[in-house]
Design a protein around this ligand. Structure first.
Ligand code: SAM
Length: 190
């Protein structure tokens, strides 16, 4: 298959946006796969801020990062991404080049703990203010689980009305797959 699947496409965009020494954000740390991916892009001279509300996610991610020699450049934050602004160091304000929010529930964890439209929107708003020009926020939107369609609809309303002079926003997804396939929304600051 020549077309990029969803997660490879998200990573392709992050590779374009995040370079050694950069500042990046993983809005939903989960089991740490995206944090590790970003930490490889920023290298030791950059920094990745990662958020999750579940202790289990922090424990799994910390173990993964230590094992892969990536912990030095990561700040793991046990708090909701809606509090992002309070955790970004002043010297990193306006310097974030890439961010990802893999929405939904923790794979292998409690499926009732899901990301919520209002807190996700708050996080995007705060993060957008901290983005560098041409910085990218990627939302991977899962909408097959209970509560997923409400978050999808609220986020789509939000991004579709986002001022076009402030950002380029695209949607990428397969349109003939069964079972509510996830899709991507990418927001690039102008
Ligand atoms: N990126 C992860 C990975 O690489 O494994 C997968 C993330 S998982 C789909 C979604 C995560 O979002 C869950 O671990 C959940 O606890 C977390 N979450 C839910 N609400 C959150 C919030 N307000 N702030 C930060 N994380 C949240």
């Amino acid at each position: 298959m020549k077309l990029d699947r969803i997660l490879p496409f998200a990573r392709l965009l992050l590779e374009k946006a995040v370079h050694p020494g950069d500042i990046a954000v993983d809005g939903t740390m989960g089991n740490g796969f995206d944090t590790a991916f970003l930490a490889n892009l920023t290298g030791e001279n950059g920094q990745v801020y990662s958020f999750d509300i579940q202790k289990e996610a922090l424990e799994n991610t910390r173990a993964k990062l230590v094992n892969e020699g990536l912990i030095k450049q990561c700040t793991l934050i046990h708090a909701g991404h809606e509090l992002l602004s309070t955790y970004i160091k002043p010297e990193h304000a306006g310097k974030i080049t890439g961010a990802i929010f893999n929405l939904g529930y923790l794979p292998g964890g409690d499926k009732s703990i899901i990301t919520q439209a209002e807190t996700t929107k708050t996080a995007i708003e705060q993060l957008f203010n901290h983005l560098a020009p041409e910085g990218i926020i990627i939302l991977v939107i899962y909408h097959g689980h209970p509560g997923g369609s409400q978050e999808r609809d609220a986020l789509m309303d939000y991004v579709q009305s986002f001022p076009q002079e402030k950002a380029h926003i695209l949607k990428y997804g397969f349109i003939n797959q069964a079972n509510h396939p996830p899709f991507i929304v990418a927001i690039e600051k102008r």
